[in-house]
Write a protein that binds this ligand. Structure first.
Ligand code: IMP
Ligand code: MG
Length: 180
């Protein structure tokens, strides 16, 4: 079992499994009729997934533009209460097909907020791609259009996702042994 910061990490989704799934997701995305596609990566957690997914999308024949939005969420545990924009996208969204990319869909508050924001700005369509779906935690009616993996109801780190700002650099997704 890999160890980082003196902690053993149990691998849930390996780098190889994620890479293979990204290729499939890119093909699924390419099979849709998107025009003038704008990818919006929700920072910080999605930065590695978005980086890999857009390169897989290139391989699938797509030429998206890429933007970033930094969203903060407050609330107990990992689930977001109040959602706020800390850094907005620069590009015009009106009239465009938007693909929001995030790490985990949990309560859905972050993605519902971001989707409604893009729709409110006149996006032609808004789709959602997430690496992981924690379905059991959902508190809103949002579903992702593209899901990498169903995620067990455990706190995960790696591949961009953090625990108290650590572990983002892990090339796989895992859980910290001994963590609650
Ligand atoms: P929600 O869907 O608004 O509840 O928020 C999901 C966000 O919470 C994700 O984008 C992550 O940033 C964060 N998050 C949820 N579960 C985890 C986890 O297990 N590890 C790390 N971050 C998480
Ligand atoms: Mg996030």
């Amino acid at each position: 079992m890999p160890a980082t910061r003196g902690k053993s990490i149990e691998v849930l989704f390996s780098a190889e499994a994620i890479a293979a799934r990204n290729l499939e997701l890119a093909r699924e995305i390419a099979s849709r009729e998107f025009h003038d596609l704008l990818v919006v990566s929700v920072l910080k957690g999605s930065f590695i997934f978005a980086a890999d997914l857009i390169r897989a999308m290139h391989g699938a024949g797509l030429s998206p533009e890429v933007e970033f939005i930094l969203i903060s969420s407050y609330g107990a545990g990992t689930s977001s209460g109040e959602v706020k924009i800390l850094r907005d996208v620069d590009s015009t969204v009106a009239g465009r097909d938007v693909l929001i990319v995030d790490d985990i869909l949990e309560s859905g508050k972050t993605l519902k907020f971001t989707r409604d924001l893009m729709l409110g700005r006149g996006a032609k369509s808004v789709s959602v791609a997430v690496l992981l779906d924690k379905r059991k935690r959902r508190q809103t009616d949002i579903e992702a259009d593209f899901v990498g993996f169903e995620c067990p109801d455990r706190f995960v780190v790696g591949y961009g996702m953090d625990a108290a700002h650590a572990f983002r650099e892990l090339p796989f997704v895992g859980t910290i042994e001994g963590a609650i």
